[in-house]
Design a protein around this ligand. Sequence first.
Ligand code: SF4
Ligand code: SF4
Ligand code: SF4
Length: 440
Amino acid sequence: MKIAIHKFGSCSGCVHEVLNLSDTLIKMVNEKNFEIVYSTLLGIDKETENFDISLIEGAVVSNEDIERLKDIRRRSKILIAMGSCAVLGGVPSLRRFASEQELKNVYNVIYVPHLSDASPLSKFVTVDYFLRGCPINRYELLNLLDKLSRNEWFKQDERRFLFLREKPLNLEGVALSLDGEKCIVCGRCVKICQEITSAIDYINRSFETAISTPFKVKLDESTCISCGQCILYCPVGAIVEKSYVTEVWKLLNSGMHLTAYVEPEVLMALSEALKLDVNGRLVTALKKIGFEKVVLWKPQTEFNTSDQLTILPSSEAEAIFVQRFYPDLVNYMAPPPRIKDNSIVWFSPCVARKLSGNLVLTTRELIRLLGTMDLSLLTKTQFDEIKMNVANKHEVEVVGMREIRKTLENIREGKLKAGRIVLYVCPGGCLHGGGQPLQS
Ligand code: SF4
Ligand code: SF4
Ligand code: SF4
């Protein structure tokens, strides 16, 4: 099989990944009767008219590129887009955010007098296979070439790390889970969790590196408190909350009379995400999809009104934290907020509330539930009821793990003896809860 390696607008990183296969590549070329007939990086040009396989790295950045690409397509039986630039436009497409003046300021002259944008190959020609990644996973390329050499069909949705992780490590939990096959081991979840409870960390080495709890126990059996902060930081969606969107649709379609309880932070985050004041419009939207009533609710715990010391966990996350790390203070703790009514769907910024036994949907799930509905076209409807906390002068809000630890230590040492201490584990409180929309 005649293989050509072409390069468009890119850094050559993917072609270097091919070359990094070194002996494995040479062995494959020999065994499979492959012949590399064109590669500028290798200095090969056998002036071949037609190619069995063309591997293309890079984005289309000029009119000449468009013509060259079409010519390669015409001459190739199989065309493979190799790497983020060829598949998506990649780094070169950042040029679309720079003005001509900005380019002049940085480079003095416009030395890229090409198209104002960089485009994926598929914009101009039919691509047979896409190898994603920056750079590509060279073992995925080997897998693909191996299958093509045996005339086998390479399924495009085959997992990228097939060769590397035959047994990916998945972490299960009641409120959230981690898909080891999607994980790119970037470590962002580990970093943020270090500020919470250090429930997860790297294990193994090299290709076997993965993210795990100690001894690979389930998340709920580790020190994880299900705050969901790691979900916010995962760039590839490998950690996600347990979703109950389908369950809610089933209930709505069954004709059951449902009431939506919406926390104020959901309204704020949704307004921010949609760049629209959703107050009132969300009520209309929820009624449109079948909710009978919509209530604005700030969750609160039933607790006694005396001024004796009471620790108020704002969700299961804080309650679990106190139970695991300060078990001697559990007697001071009230239960986290819960709703005793099966006809209520609770919309919350909080992932940990999924442990409450209530039907809880995060703000992210609410967005999925509303689908393509355009809230800007809706009129506003008032909430059927507003149930908010009555301010209490004995109440102190403690936000973030550092402050929580300090406060609980003070209670332990007898320095703090009275008052109602409300705990919020998420940095910045519920507005930055683990169930809020992901920032890009
Ligand atoms: S949910 Fe919170 S505690 Fe659990 S792993 Fe993620 S960041 Fe750590
Ligand atoms: S943040 Fe996501 S991709 Fe990165 S290590 Fe954690 S689970 Fe894996
Ligand atoms: S701070 Fe708010 S969002 Fe975060 S775990 Fe606590 S209740 Fe949930």
